[in-house]
Design a protein around this ligand. Structure first.
Ligand SMILES: Cc1cc2nc3c(=O)[nH]c(=O)nc-3n(C[C@H](O)[C@H](O)[C@H](O)COP(=O)(O)OP(=O)(O)OC[C@H]3O[C@@H](n4cnc5c(N)ncnc54)[C@H](O)[C@@H]3O)c2cc1C
Length: 229
């Protein structure tokens, strides 16, 4: 992973848009992610907004993007057509049953995650670690069929359902309390008392990172699956 070009965030100061890469105007919010040699900009919108954005045409889109995200203004001419603008539909749902004989759904296949909190990838990787840990002994012993298989698959679902429900619940709350009001025009800044408390007790800002990085049910790869260090 270290070899892949990436940007490193060491701390986030919420009220400062230059650090967070988040800009907003009444009802319009954009998030900028510095990539290798370019800035990736995501503009948030309610369901169905994509058609309206495309209907206004490329020039209006470029002007909007430049106004909303001035750091990217020089690059907007590089957007050659509205086909270059990708629409990512956010869904937040889950299967009732994650498995059938010979099949196990994990990650977004079992529970589609919203980008809120940047946590979906962690959850998917943790699902994979749990699945590997529980299934490997069964596969090795050649017993991966019939009841033993069904029990193992159900165990994986039971284990991973709890963090899925907790994290999707948090995402739903953030959608309702933060994202939708912001899209409707509310100020994105956190309440001033939150900013004051975090400034006084800086380690509090590590809690969201811990919640995202480790989550409510951490998974550890079994020893046999680790590379010798
Ligand atoms: C707009 C948006 C932004 C997001 N941002 C973040 C973020 O910043 N951080 C974060 O943690 N989460 C983010 N998420 C959530 C995150 O993307 C998912 O939770 C995560 O990618 C799930 O991983 P996955 O491996 O289960 O599925 P995916 O990452 O969707 O991987 C599935 C793979 O299967 C491939 N595939 C599909 N069909 C077939 C087929 N028939 N044959 C072969 N291959 C196939 C797909 O091409 C894809 O590569 C975001 C989600 C959205 C919608």
């Amino acid at each position: 992973f270290e070899a892949i070009p990436h940007s490193r965030v060491t701390h986030v100061d919420l009220p400062d848009p230059e650090v967070t890469g988040v800009t907003w105007e009444k009802g319009r919010v954009a998030i900028g992610i510095p990539r290798d040699g370019y800035i990736q900009v995501a503009q948030l919108g309610p369901k169905g907004a994509d058609d309206a954005v495309r209907a206004r045409g490329l020039d209006a889109f470029r002007a909007d993007a430049a106004q909303l995200f001035p750091e990217a203004a020089a690059g907007v001419t590089g957007i050659g057509s509205t086909a270059d603008v990708k629409h990512l539909d956010v869904r937040l749902d889950r299967l009732r049953r994650w498995h059938a004989p010979g099949v196990l759904c994990i990650g977004d296949a079992a529970h589609a995650m919203s980008p809120v909190g940047g946590v979906g990838i962690n959850l998917a990787v943790q699902d994979a670690v749990a699945a590997a840990r529980i299934l490997a002994p069964l596969l090795r012993s050649g017993g991966a069929s019939g009841r033993a298989e069904a029990r193992a698959l159900a165990r994986i679902q039971r284990r991973r359902m709890v963090p899925t429900v907790v994290i999707q619940g948090m995402q739903r709350i953030l959608h309702a309390a933060l994202i939708m009001p912001t899209i409707r025009g509310r100020d994105l800044r956190p309440p001033s008392w939150v900013v004051k408390v975090v400034r006084r007790v800086p380690w509090l800002s590590a809690l969201p990172a811990l919640a995202v990085g480790v989550g409510p049910r951490p998974e550890r790869a079994p020893r046999w699956a680790r590379r010798p260090s």
